[in-house]
Design a protein around this ligand. Structure first.
Ligand SMILES: [Zn+2]
Length: 187
């Protein structure tokens, strides 16, 4: 007697080791202990190998969400620090647009020199902020992975539950920082 790959998967399907039950990818029906490969709820046929892979992926996402709030908070703090640095170093450049920096008299020359030094530092900070913004977006977007966990399994996500508002806030902070880091050097 020989087994096909799917037969073997079917047998393994009864030795389910994941902490969440196998579910139908279409309707979410729990497939534990079913004799054949079709969902009794919606009729979709399935392969145990795929059901297992999908459940493993969901379980892995649930575990990754454990530190999502902490990561997003760290991302938000990093984003705000970069924002403060970018703003502090770029705002003086606007002095160039005022009569103070027109080069008239000693004060004008001094202002010009100071602004020129600040501009060099600001360019370096903009480059750092550009990379930091991508990292901030990455840290914030982890929380949004909660979308990949079907609602019926969200109770398995450990406390504290991912704060979607915090995730959106961190991603927005990162996106605005990205825009600022790209646009400010061009002004
Ligand atoms: Zn189904």
């Amino acid at each position: 007697m020989t087994f096909t790959w799917d037969d073997l998967e079917h047998i393994r399907g009864h030795e389910w080791t994941l902490p969440i039950p196998p579910t139908c990818a279409r309707c979410g029906y729990i497939l534990t202990g079913l004799p054949d490969n079709s969902c009794p709820e919606c009729g979709t046929t399935f392969r145990w190998g795929e059901v297992r892979k999908r459940s493993a992926r969901i379980w892995s996402t649930i575990n990754q969400l454990r530190h999502a709030n902490r990561d997003a908070k760290a991302g938000l703090i990093l984003g705000l620090i970069c924002w403060a640095a970018v703003a502090a170093l770029n705002l003086p450049r606007l002095i160039r647009l005022t009569p103070l920096a027109s080069g008239k008299g000693d004060l004008g020359v001094m202002v010009d020199k100071t602004v020129a030094v600040i501009e060099k530092i600001a360019l370096g900070v903009d480059v750092v902020a550009l990379f930091a913004s991508l990292f901030v977006i990455l840290l914030g977007s982890q929380i949004l992975n909660i979308r990949k966990v079907p609602p019926c399994f969200r109770e398995h996500i450990p406390e504290p539950r991912p704060d979607v508002g915090l995730g959106i806030g961190t991603v927005s902070c990162g996106l605005l920082l990205l825009v600022a880091a790209v646009v400010l050097p061009l002004i």
